[in-house]
Design a protein around this ligand. Sequence first.
Ligand code: ADP
Ligand code: MG
Length: 384
Amino acid sequence: MSFADVILEQGGEISAKLDMLRIEKFPPNAQKTLRQFSLAEVADFVGVSQSYLKKLHLSGKGVEPAVTSTGRRYYTAPQMDELRTLLDRVPHRRGDEKLQVIAVVNFKGGSGKTTTSAHLAQYLALKGYRVLAIDLDPQASLTALYGIQPELDEKPSLYETLRYDDQRKPISAVIQPTNFPNLDVVPANLELQEYEYETPLAMQRKDSSEGKLFYTRIGSALAEVDDQYDVVVVDCPPQLGYLTLTALTAATSVLITVHPQMLDIMSMSQFLLMLGDILKSVEGAGIAVSLDWFRYLITRYEPMDIPQQQMVGFMQSMFAQQMMKNHMVKSTAVSDAGLTKQTLYEVERSQFTAATYDRAREAVDAVNAEVAELLQMAWGRRNG
Ligand SMILES: Nc1ncnc2c1ncn2[C@@H]1O[C@H](COP(=O)(O)OP(=O)(O)O)[C@@H](O)[C@H]1O
Ligand SMILES: [Mg+2]
């Protein structure tokens, strides 16, 4: 048997077995629901004290939380939104505050792009922002994490919005709701890969100028839904192709995820050099990418690991200005939650050793709160 025959057979076998596993674990008609949130979480997400919330409840105002037999209060995510409305703390953008588009990039797979994007988009939604998450990776990991099964559900991807022929659809036709209020998603699928082949062809076609305009395609697509969202989070594929470039030219800010190990940092430096070169040539075509902010985010950090500490120190000494102050720690809570297609905001704390869950939640909340601050600065709501 030739190599091609063997891999075709084995690829088919793996995919059939995986489909069976997936159907077993996540039946096609399974609906993701969302857990309730504790008083402490609600106080944090709404931005008031716990005692204030209790008082509000006692005085008959506010919403009616579920109370357990031990007296603990739990609120649903829609109830958090009701509270924000009641307390006049809805953080939607207003006036000339422009839509924020955060591209999460790095061409290294496994640097934590999808994990970062998934948690960031959900956090911002729980904070009351209207969020659109775009999965631009044909491998569709974010899509799967958000409960859509690319092979079974067959949802259209952003490719339908980006394509160069007359089948192109508006972005509103590819947006799907998620189990989080305030959070929608544009799913990914393998078809997105077509964009990588079609863009250079479109650029070569002499009779049309639209191919040359690949860098404006996401920006133009978003214009249609500009008034429906505050923040767009784009999970980019692990390569520096046209999908990533198109996201970067639509971005108002960039998060570069980096695992603090020598090889990862070497690969990231190549990424920066290549990206810089490409952006220079894009600038030559009259498209300047100017960002409100960009930051390096340390991911899967093990603070007790000396070489990792050194790598973080190394980056900090060079890019103090652009380093996120908070790092995302490595945690089994993140990887275990991922096994059941969940995030730290979805799993129940009781499923974990409390200290393990709390440590991971603290880290992810701190990272996300830092990003929320950067958004507020970009909107001019606070100073740096
Ligand atoms: N903070 C973390 N702690 C533990 N595991 C993590 C963490 N962040 C990511 N992972 C795991 O590492 C793998 C790669 O992460 P992912 O976010 O998919 O990276 P990328 O999108 O850059 O390829 C996933 O299996 C994910 O569950
Ligand atoms: Mg990914």
